[in-house]
Design a protein around this ligand. Structure first.
Ligand code: KG4
Length: 350
């Protein structure tokens, strides 16, 4: 049984994962309500909130069968907010002192990358490593509020970043666009809801790097374009056309994500596709990725909704599955690393 701890941003989360039985329980305290009035995550408030949340989550976990028998503790070392990561690691170390269970550090991005494989384990715990290997090599798209990455997982679980964003992440672009449109934080789900009643072709927003073979994303020009568009409109007109604006803006973000994935498929071998991170909750993105996978005759593995946003189940699962991504406490590499993206290849020594 592995205890997972996640505290890299604004979710305090614990989970118990057993190799034989799968996820035994997960406990999450979201801070969305706290940060909403600021329109984004306030790092100092987030770390203070983790301090209040974790004792309560531990209390809730106590009632679960087997909660006292974890034999390993897996904690996020990075990337993330330094003050927030530190609280998760301090909790892991104190639990180690009281229980003797060893601690391993996990790269948060590797954990997201492997999260679409959690259902593979749930279906067949006994043979899931073979089933995972059946799906490798794999190309994954990780889209969250802080990251937008295309990556390749090879047959020996070697994870290589193929491309990322040069400015905002996809979720950040949706959140910032939503703010300009007067929608609440986090904006992604609100943009999606509004977009359902709109026409994606009603406004022409830019697609950065379109036509180029680069596996790069850029969303800051898109956001600026929305801003100028809104400045040229009357308030009433913005309200009247909000659904169209949301649909066209969302489509521009999704076009960029899907078109880069198409390029990645041309350049790198794979037998399956993956989708993970908070933005993977988006129905339109799922449908577009599904259509792409069907056209390519490859299965698309999508993280379950409860594993799209930040969560501890993926941290414990990564500790169990992804031997290359583990950094045992006591090794020189075991230290919080707020900007771990660069070291994800191999990920043995951050
Ligand atoms: O993985 P996550 O918790 O990321 C970080 O904290 O970094 O995901 C949060 C992000 C936010 O940007 C949020 O707007 C976006 O995921 N998101 C969505 C949807 N649900 C969450 N974006 C589009 N459509 C959704 N349904």
């Amino acid at each position: 049984m592995i205890l997972g701890i996640e505290s890299s941003c604004d979710e305090s989360a614990l989970a118990l994962f057993s190799g034989d039985e799968g996820i035994k329980g997960q406990w999450v305290a979201s801070q969305i309500a706290l940060h909403r009035e600021y329109g984004g995550v306030v790092p100092d408030l987030a770390s203070r909130e983790h301090l209040t949340n974790f004792p309560e989550l531990l209390e809730r976990m106590k009632g679960t069968a087997g909660a006292a028998r974890f034999s390993e503790i897996a904690v996020t070392l990075g990337p993330g907010l330094a003050g927030c990561l530190g609280i998760g690691v301090a909790l892991a170390r104190s639990l180690h002192l009281s229980t003797g269970a060893p601690v391993v550090g996990i790269n948060h991005l590797r954990a997201h990358a492997f999260s679409p494989f959690i259902p593979v384990h749930q279906e067949e715990p006994g043979a899931f490593m073979e089933r995972i290997r059946d799906h490798l090599p794999h190309i994954g798209l990780l889209v969250s509020g802080g990251n937008t990455l295309l990556f390749h997982i090879g047959r020996s679980f070697d994870l290589k970043v193929l491309g990322g964003t040069v400015d905002d992440a996809a979720g950040e672009a949706l959140d910032k666009g939503a703010k300009l449109l007067g929608l609440p934080y986090p904006g992604g789900p609100h943009v999606e809801a509004e977009a359902r009643g709109g026409d994606p072709a009603s406004f022409d927003f830019p697609r950065a790097f379109s036509g180029k073979r680069d596996l790069k994303f850029s969303f800051s020009g898109l956001k600026t374009s929305l801003r100028y568009r809104l400045e040229g409109m009357e308030k009433g007109e913005v309200a009247e056309r909000r659904a169209d604006l949301c649909a066209a803006y969302q489509e521009a973000v999704i076009d960029a994500l899907v078109s880069r994935t198409v390029h990645a498929l041309k350049g790198f071998p794979c037998v399956s596709l993956g989708l993970s991170g908070g933005v993977a909750n988006n129905r339109r993105l799922r449908d577009r990725m599904n259509a792409l996978a069907t056209g390519e005759k490859k299965p698309l593995l999508v993280a379950l909704p409860e594993h799209c946003g930040d969560n501890a189940a993926m941290i414990a699962f990564a500790a169990y599955t992804d031997r290359r991504g583990r950094v045992p406490a006591g090794r020189p590499g075991f230290r919080i690393n707020p900007s771990w993206e660069a070291g994800i290849e191999g990920a043995e020594e951050p």
